[in-house]
Design a protein around this ligand. Structure first.
Ligand code: AMP
Ligand code: GLY
Length: 422
C-alpha cells in the first residue's frame, strides 16, 4: 500500500517509524516531515492545511491511505476533503474534530450525555462571564473556546487573575470563553481508537506540561511523557471507558457526527473519580512516541479498521515494558526558540540500548548537519522493565547529544518513579 502521513513533529516521526515496519506498506510519504522522518519516508513539501495541495499529492503519489497527525488539518476538514475525492483517511471529520476544536462543543456534549467533567459556563459577552466568575470565586479556570496550542487556558488561583484573563480573552473581537470549576487531582492521558461505533482502549500516559523541573514555569506543548501511567489502574481505565469514552462515542452518533480516529482524553483523577478535562482528536505529542515504542502489533491494520468501522473485537498487543520520552527543546522555548543551532551526537544517542531518538523541530544543514528549527526539537525515548529503567535509558541517550543551545527537564517520570520506589 502507498501511505501518506501528514505532519512534521515528533508524533509524526513516531507514527512513520511504526508504519514503516508494516509489511503492508510499499511506499511511505510524509508531508511535510522532518530530517528524522526522512530516514524512513520520502518527504513531500506540502502544507497540511492546504487541502487542495494535499489532494493533489494523494493523486500524484497514488496514495491508498492517509494518516493525519496534527489537529489543524483535521479541524480544517482535510478528512472530509480527501474522502469526498475517494481517498481513505484515518482521523475524524471536521464536524467530529470539534470535540477538540471547540471547548464549548465538548462541554455541551458532556452535559447532554452525563459525561463527568468540570461544571462550566459558556459566554460571548465579557460582562456575563465576569459576573459568573465573581459568583463562583477562585480557584477557577478561564479558557478560550478555539484551538490555542495550550496557551488559551488560565488556571486562576485568585479572583483578580481570573478577571484579568477574562478581560484579555474578550479583547479579541468575537471571542467565546468557557469558565470552568477548578478540578483538583492528578492528570493523566488516555487513548482509544474509535471507528464510529466501537472503541478500542489503547494505553494511558502521563505528560509533563510545564517547562521546568518539579512542574514549574510556563505551560508548553509537553516536555516529556511515559506510558503506561500506573496511576490509571485497570479498574479506573474501565471506568473511563464506561463513563467517558463510550458515552462520547454514542453521543457523537446521536448528534449525527460519529467520531472516527483516536480519542485522546485529558483526565483529572479527582476524589470523586476520573473527570474529563479536554478531548483531543489525535495522538498526543510526546505521548504518541511512548505508545509507538510499546506497540508490538502492526499499527496500520488498526488505523484502517478505525476508518472502515470494523474495530469491534480488534486486538492489539503491547510490550510489557514501559516507555519514557524526554523532550529536548531549543533555548527560549516556550517563548521564541533560538533557531539554526547545531545538534551533534544523535547517532551515539540512538546507539544506546533500547533507545530511539525522534525528530520534531529539526532541519537539515550543510554536509548532513542537523540544526534546530523549532521549539520542541527532539524526543529522546527509552524502553525498560520499569519507568525508572526507561528513564535511565532515555537520559543516558540525552547525555550523548551535544547541543549547547538545547535543554530538557531532568525529572520526566518523577511521579511514577516515586510510586515505584514505595
Ligand atoms: P486544556 O487545554 O483544557 O486541557 O487545559 C490545559 C491545562 O490546564 C490542563 O492540562 C490542566 O492542567 C489545566 N486545567 C484545565 N482545566 C482545568 C480544570 N477545570 N481544573 C484544573 N485544571 C485545569
Ligand atoms: N502533549 C499534549 C498534547 O499533545 O496535546
Amino acid at each position: 500500500m502507498n501511505l501518506l502521513v501528514i505532519g512534521s513533529g515528533g508524533r509524526e516521526h513516531a507514527l512513520c517509524w511504526a508504519l514503516s515496519a508494516s509489511p503492508l506498506v510499499t511506499k511511505l510519504v510524509c508531508a511535510p516531515g522532518n530530517p528524522g522522518i526522512a530516514q524512513v519516508a520520502r518527504l513531500a513539501p506540502v502544507n497540511p492545511v492546504d487541502l487542495d495541495a494535499v489532494l493533489k499529492l494523494c493523486r500524484d503519489e497514488h496514495i491508498d491511505f492517509v494518516v493525519i497527525g496534527p489537529e489543524a488539518p483535521l479541524v480544517a476538514g482535510l478528512v472530509d476533503h480527501l474522502e469526498a475525492h475517494g481517498f481513505a483517511c484515518f482521523g475524524p471529520s471536521k464536524a467530529a474534530a470539534q470535540l477538540e476544536g471547540s471547548k464549548g462543543f465538548m462541554k455541551d456534549l458532556c452535559a447532554k450525555y452525563g459525561i463527568p467533567t468540570a461544571a462550566y459556563g459558556r459566554f460571548r459577552e465579557a460582562a456575563a462571564a465576569e459576573a459568573f466568575i465573581r459568583r463562583q470565586g477562585a480557584p477557577i479556570v478561564v479558557k478560550a473556546d478555539g484551538l490555542a496550542a495550550g496557551k488559551g487556558v488560565t488556571v486562576a488561583t485568585t479572583l483578580d487573575e481570573a478577571l484579568a484573563a477574562n478581560t484579555a480573552l474578550f479583547a479579541e473581537p468575537g471571542a467565546e470563553v468557557v469558565i470552568e470549576e477548578f478540578l483538583d487531582g492528578e492528570e493523566v492521558s488516555f487513548f482509544a481508537l474509535v471507528d464510529g461505533r466501537h472503541a478500542l482502549a489503547l494505553a494511558s500516559a502521563q505528560d509533563h506540561k510545564r517547562v521546568g523541573d518539579g512542574d514549574t514555569g510556563p505551560n508548553t506543548g509537553g516536555m516529556g511523557a511515559y506510558s503506561p501511567a500506573p496511576v490509571l489502574t485497570p479498574a479506573l481505565q474501565q471506568e473511563v471507558m464506561d463513563r467517558i469514552i463510550l458515552p462520547t462515542v454514542n453521543g457523537m452518533i446521536a448528534e449525527g457526527t460519529p467520531f472516527k480516529g483516536v480519542l485522546f482524553a485529558g483526565l483529572m483523577l479527582t476524589k470523586d473519580g476520573p473527570k474529563l478535562l479536554e478531548y483531543n482528536t489525535r495522538f498526543g505529542d510526546p505521548e504518541c512516541q511512548t505508545l509507538m515504542l510499546r506497540l508490538k502489533s502492526d499499527l496500520l491494520p488498526a488505523l484502517m479498521a478505525s476508518r472502515d468501522g470494523v474495530l469491534k473485537d480488534f486486538d492489539l498487543r503491547w510490550r510489557d515494558e514501559a516507555a519514557l520520552c524526554v523532550v529536548m527543546a531549543a533555548e527560549g522555548y516556550p517563548g521564541e526558540p533560538r533557531k539554526d543551532t547545531l545538534i551533534e551526537g544523535l547517532d551515539a544517542a540512538a546507539a544506546e540500548t533500547d533507545t530511539v531518538v525522534f525528530h520534531a523541530g529539526t532541519k537539515a544543514g550543510p554536509d548532513g548537519a542537523i540544526l534546530a528549527n523549532g521549539g520542541r526539537v527532539l524526543g529522546v525515548c527509552g524502553l525498560g522493565k520499569t519507568i525508572g529503567v526507561a528513564q535511565a535509558r532515555a537520559y543516558a541517550a540525552v547525555d550523548k547529544i551535544r547541543w549547547p543551545h538545547g535543554f530538557c527537564r531532568r525529572d520526566i517520570g518523577w511521579r511514577a518513579i516515586a510510586r515505584e520506589k514505595n
